[in-house]
Design a protein around this ligand. Structure first.
Ligand code: AMP
Length: 113
């Protein structure tokens, strides 16, 4: 079991975050250090430490995560102009929080949240 991270605590609402979307599979919240007008982090509710672990995870879990990321972009109304999805994996991938998270970034702010 991976170590407890700040994202575990956000998921359990033990520390605050600006949640922009949530469903059975994912939680999305604004990055505290945004690098773009829209910069949210999407985490799977079923914990995965890092992207590499998906190689042996049930396909349903990987699919649920990526579908959830797409739903977040849809809810934020980013589909028309487009957006970027970034996954950092491990030290050389500059992953600092050991809880799988996709960054959804867009340069045009359409979100109503
Ligand atoms: P990474 O470096 O890929 O692991 O990304 C971690 C991201 O989490 C960084 O962009 C941080 O700005 C962001 N972050 C860290 N703590 C929080 C927090 N409490 N709420 C929202 N975003 C956070």
């Amino acid at each position: 079991m991976a170590d407890e991270t700040i994202f575990d605590k956000i998921l359990r609402r033990e520390i605050p975050a600006q949640v922009v979307y949530e469903d059975d599979d994912v939680l999305a919240f604004r990055d505290v250090n945004p690098q773009a007008p829209v910069h949210v982090l999407v985490i799977p509710k079923k914990k995965v430490g890092r992207f590499a672990e998906l190689k042996s995870a049930p396909l349903r879990d990987a699919g649920a995560f990526f579908a959830g990321v797409a739903r977040v972009a849809h809810e934020l109304r980013l589909e028309q102009n487009g957006y970027r999805v970034v996954l950092n994996n491990g030290r050389d991938g500059q992953q600092t929080v050991e809880y799988l998270h996709a960054r959804v970034r867009a340069k045009t702010l359409f979100a109503t949240h």
